[in-house]
Design a protein. Structure first.
Length: 283
């Protein structure tokens, strides 16, 4: 194969080695040659050798003694307010009931009677007893296990409260037996003394007691063919009857009526009675 003279010269001439760095600027060349990989470079950031204490944020205090005082005062205020509102509503309701009774008239409950007064050991009329005094009557029997004692205790509480506020000879409690077979004068006398010194006990013949109970619309039932020695119960209605100083019926209170409610009602009736010109016993 024959080559030209020029070709032979090119092949025979050694290649010129040009450093790669000649194609780069000086700065770029120095950086490429001197810089280390990023993961080998030293960090020039300086950290403080003194540890700083950063205070932790405190949670807000939701309950302090000041808030406790405010809460207590608020609670007391609410209790007083709602209690006053309750008393106001009860007074308004009682007044409406009394106004209704005045407008429509009282029911005809109770008539004058004459029975044996165990306290004075003689027969006494209701007119003599009630003259100038309010009267609370309860019909029951001395062998009653629980209901009669509860109602008589309720009457005693009301009488004590009235005596403390208004004095004696204002309200007289009365017990009339529904069990003439066993409730003799001696038995009734001993029975009423256990509840209140002012409690007046009445007994009488079966016919007399039946007539008085009927006038007050009191239901009572004694089992037939019983004797004094038998242990039996007398079924009867449970009401406390309030009578004015003229012996006229005012109101009656069922078993679920508390002594406070009876007392509050009595005060309202007594206030109305005095405003209407009524008189009370002075001695």
């Amino acid at each position: 194969m024959f080559l030209s003279k020029l070709s032979r010269q090119i092949i025979a001439r050694p290649a010129i080695k040009v450093p790669f760095t000649r194609f780069l600027t000086g700065t770029t060349t120095r950086k490429c040659l001197t810089e280390q990989p990023i993961y080998k470079q030293k960090c020039n950031r300086f950290y403080s050798t003194t540890q700083k204490t950063v205070p932790r944020p405190q949670p807000p205090q939701t309950f302090t003694w000041k808030s406790a005082v405010v809460l207590a005062i608020t609670a007391v205020g609410l209790v007083v307010y709602f209690r006053g509102e309750k008393e106001k509503l009860r007074a308004e309701k009682a007044k409406r009931e009394r106004d209704t009774i005045k407008a429509m008239g009282r029911p005809h409950i109770g008539q004058p009677f004459e029975l044996f007064n165990v306290n004075e050991n003689k027969r006494t009329t209701s007119t003599e007893l009630m003259n100038g005094q309010f009267t609370m009557l309860y019909f029951g029997f001395t062998h009653c296990p629980d209901i009669c004692p509860e109602e008589l205790d309720k009457m005693a509480e009301v009488v004590d409260a009235v005596k403390e506020e208004f004095g004696d000879h204002v309200l007289i409690p009365v017990f009339i037996t529904c069990d003439p077979l066993r409730d003799t004068a001696e038995v009734v006398r001993e029975y009423v003394q256990d509840f209140h010194p002012d409690l007046v006990g009445f007994t009488g013949s079966p016919e007399e007691l039946k007539q008085v109970a009927r006038s007050y619309r009191v239901y009572s039932y004694t089992p037939p063919d019983v004797s004094v020695d038998d242990d039996y119960l007398v079924d009867h209605s449970i009401f406390i009857y309030l009578m004015d100083p003229q012996g006229k019926f005012i109101d009656c209170y069922a078993r679920d009526t508390t002594s406070d409610e009876v007392l509050h009602s009595f005060k309202n009736y007594m206030k109305d009675y005095l405003q209407d010109g009524g008189k009370l016993k002075t001695k």
